[in-house]
Structure formats: C-alpha cells, structure tokens
Write a protein that binds this ligand. Structure first.
Ligand SMILES: [Zn+2]
Length: 454
C-alpha cells in the first residue's frame, strides 16, 4: 500500500519529538545502481549489437564492465528468413531475438524505442520516420538513467556499403544525446525533482543530468574506414574463459533467426567448428574514436582516462555558420549536414574518415546533391557541367543557374548509371561562372547488383 507523503507528515507532526529535538529525515535515495552502465551501446536495429560482439565479450567477461543497449527501433522493415511474420509482428519477434542474444553475454538492460525501421540510405528519411525529437528524448532519458562512461554507436557519415539511414540516425541521435544529457535545461522534466516521491501523479522524473565521458563509432561501410581508434583483436584469448573472444560472441548472432545473414554465419560456425567466415566478418568492424571529455588519446584503451568520478557538463561547440566568399559550389544533402554536424559536436576529424562516396544498384539513378552559393553583391550565372564516364547519363541538373545576390541554390542533380562495368566510377560536377571555374565536386560511386535505396 502506498501512503501519501502528506499523511506521513501528519503522523510525524502527531508524534513530534519533544522540545529541542530535531527529527531525522529519510535519506536521499541514490541513483539506481542496477542501471549504471560502463558502456551504453546505441544502435538502430535488433542484431546491430553483433557488430561489436568480440569487444563486448572482452569487456563483460574479463573486464567485468556493465553494458546496456538501446535499439532505436524493432527492425520491422526487413524480410523474415524464418517465418511468415512481418512488420509489427516481426518486430515483436525481433525484440525477443535481441533479448536472447544479449542475455548470452549477460547483458540485462536493453531498451527498444519508438523509431520506425526505414530501409534506405537517407538519414533524413530515417530521422523523419522516427520522429527525431521523440527518440532523442528517449535516448537522453536512458543516458541519464544508465549514466554511461562510454557511448558506442554507428558512425554518423555517408559511406559506400550498407550505409543504412537508420544506422546513421542512431549515430546522430547518440552524438546529440552525448552532448545534451549533461545539460539540465534539455528535457528539464526528466531532471526535475518529484514533488512527493511516494505519492501518485509525479510528472517530474527525478533523474540527474549526466555527462558521458567518451564516444566511439563503428561503420557499416564495405571497406576499411580511416580514423584513429583503439586496437583490439577479437581473436585474442580470454584469460578467464580460455577461448577467443569472437567465440564468446557467437550467441549474439544465433538467436537472430529472422535475419538469416546474421544468424546463419553463427549457426554454421557452431555446427561445423569452422569460424573463418564468422571471424572475417566480425573483423570488418572496429572502433573509431569520436571524442573524450577526459584526458585520453584516440588510440588508447576505451577506458583510458576514465575514473568513477562524474565529470561536469562539457558543452560542444554548437552550430556556427561558416564564412563564404564569392560564388561557390559544395556537396549538398547529407554531405552538407554532416559537415556542419561534425563541427558542431567537436568531431570534425570524422570528415577525413571517408571521401564522398555512395553505392547504388547498377542501372539505377544516382542522386548527387549540390549547393551553389552567391555571396557577392551582384547576380551571377553559374554553369554546371558533368564529367562522367562512358555509359553514364545526366537526367537532371546540368545547365545554367541564375543566382541573385546572397542566394543559395540547392541543385539536386540526377544521373543514370550503366548496367555494365566498370563497377566504380568517379562522377564530377564542374561549376563555372563568367567562363572561369569556381570549383567542382566529385563522388565515387560503386555499382552493385542491389543496394538499399539511396
Ligand atoms: Zn542494422
């Protein structure tokens, strides 16, 4: 039975101590230690946790770290390799598959948020379908509840590979949450003190603002991604279990039966005892240093510089407009967003991890967004010309653009890719004004049989 606090107060009054005595007040409850995490993994889908399985096995089994996981959605948009169930029914299944997977490593605290699985390469489409602010609020809440020292998440960047828009979105939101959870003015009801903790209808959540100390990324690119990070060999032998770490992570894979590409490689390895394919796949994932608010080196251990002492809120640089002069051309769309996003969150070194690139299906259309700017006092004409290999065709975008003084023109160019080789092409847009070059933008495009829609 719950006893409202005002009744308790009345009882205290009636049993008030004698003159001169001061009553003892109840102790302040500390943050719940059951939810404290050393590492908070923030990903998009059930099965994304498998990417870091070998590393998670090490920190859990041998370093005795607490790991918690946030899945921003339930993976309702994929195909089902195990049964007929689809959409929300499959999401219910995938939640259980992820619970069985994480339980195999002893991870108990996992959450599934209300994002909507959005198969595609467009981060904006994912953020829009997830209702960005709703998921961000949920992630900030869970950062404050779990009080992680370190956040691990997908790389917020546009890459050639799976390049899942949901993966990018989880990296965007995780980075934002890293920089927001320590600010008590962000979602203030989460950190407001409940009026009467033992009474009903408390809107304030009673959490505490929390600044995580480090953030690392990993990528779904189909090639090695540049970027400094800690070296860790998942084939290393666990001192306590006497087997390689990747072997300890095998049952992160096997429960994901609705995602055959993930579960089968694990089941095959377990059945045959040949772990070669499994190990090679898992080795494609590595940690890339994002940033640290404590003294640490990018290549140092993930827990280098971390002590149990909380750190104060460390605000990021925030958005700052850049200074443009003359008439200019630059990449638009997600490429422009990430350029500003990295700077705003003090992770601008990520700009060097990947040059502009994309993978699309052979014979499909390439969207190549550009931004033309006129930062002069006169109207100018800009001519956009493609430089493309044989077999490619321009569907939209080439031509003359008239820009008023101060005008910004987002030019959405579209090109049709050939069906045949070569599989890798350099696509360049040249921009000229008054007969002189004002710049160019190049994207490397890899063609394959199938990709997620761009
Ligand atoms: Zn995924």
């Amino acid at each position: 039975m719950k006893v409202p606090l005002h009744l308790i107060a009345a009882l205290v009054l009636f049993s008030a101590p004698g003159k001169g005595q001061v009553p003892q007040v109840p102790p302040m409850p500390p943050p719940d230690p059951r939810y404290k995490a050393d590492i908070l993994l923030i990903v998009a889908h059930p099965d994304d946790e498998t990417a870091l399985g070998g590393y998670l096995a090490k920190v859990i089994v041998d370093d005795h770290k607490q790991v918690a996981v946030i899945y921003c959605n339930r993976g309702t948009g994929g195909g089902n390799t195990h049964g007929l169930e689809q959409n929300n029914a499959m999401g219910a299944i995938r939640e259980i598959e992820a619970r069985r997977a994480t339980t195999s490593l002893g991870i108990q605290n996992i959450w599934f948020l209300d994002g909507r699985d959005t198969p595609g390469q467009d981060v904006f489409q994912s953020l829009q379908n997830w209702r960005h602010g709703v998921v961000l609020e949920q992630v900030v809440r869970l950062v404050r509840l779990t009080r992680p020292e370190v956040i691990l998440t997908w790389l917020p960047n546009y890459v050639q590979g799976e390049n899942h828009g949901d993966h990018q979105a989880s990296g965007v939101i995780a980075t934002q949450a890293f920089d927001m959870a320590g600010d008590p003015l962000v979602f203030p009801a989460q950190v407001a003190v409940p009026r009467e903790r033992l009474d009903i209808n408390n809107a304030a959540e009673g959490l505490t603002a929390w600044q995580p100390k480090k953030i690392y990324y990993f990528s779904d690119a189909s090639h090695p991604v540049e970027g400094e990070g800690p070296e860790f060999d998942i084939a290393g032998i666990s001192p306590s279990k006497k087997v390689p770490y990747y072997r300890l992570a095998i049952d992160l894979h096997t429960p994901h039966l609705t995602q055959g590409d993930v579960s089968e490689v694990g089941l095959e390895a377990k059945t045959t005892g040949d772990y070669t394919a499994f190990l090679n796949w898992m080795r494609t994932f590595r940690l890339i240093f994002g940033k640290s608010v404590v003294k640490a080196t990018p290549r140092g251990d993930v827990f280098e510089g971390i002590t149990p002492v909380p750190v104060p809120f460390t605000p990021p640089r925030g958005y700052q407009p850049r200074n443009y002069q003359g008439t200019t051309i630059e990449m638009g769309g997600a490429f422009a967003f990430y350029r500003d996003f990295w700077r705003a969150h003090n992770i601008e070194h990520l700009a060097t991890t990947v040059k502009p690139e994309v993978g699309i299906a052979a014979g499909s259309y390439l969207q190549f967004p550009l931004i033309l700017r006129n930062d002069t006092k006169d109207s100018v004409e800009v001519v956009l010309k493609p430089q493309i290999p044989r077999g490619w065709e321009v569907a939209a975008g080439a031509g003359r653009y008239l820009l008023a003084p101060g005008q910004i023109y987002p030019a959405q160019t579209i090109l049709h890719a050939p069906v045949e080789q070569p599989a890798v092409a350099q696509i360049t847009w040249l921009a000229e004004s008054k007969g002189r070059s004002i710049g160019d933008c190049t994207m490397t495009v890899t063609l394959s049989e199938w990709t997620l829609p761009q």
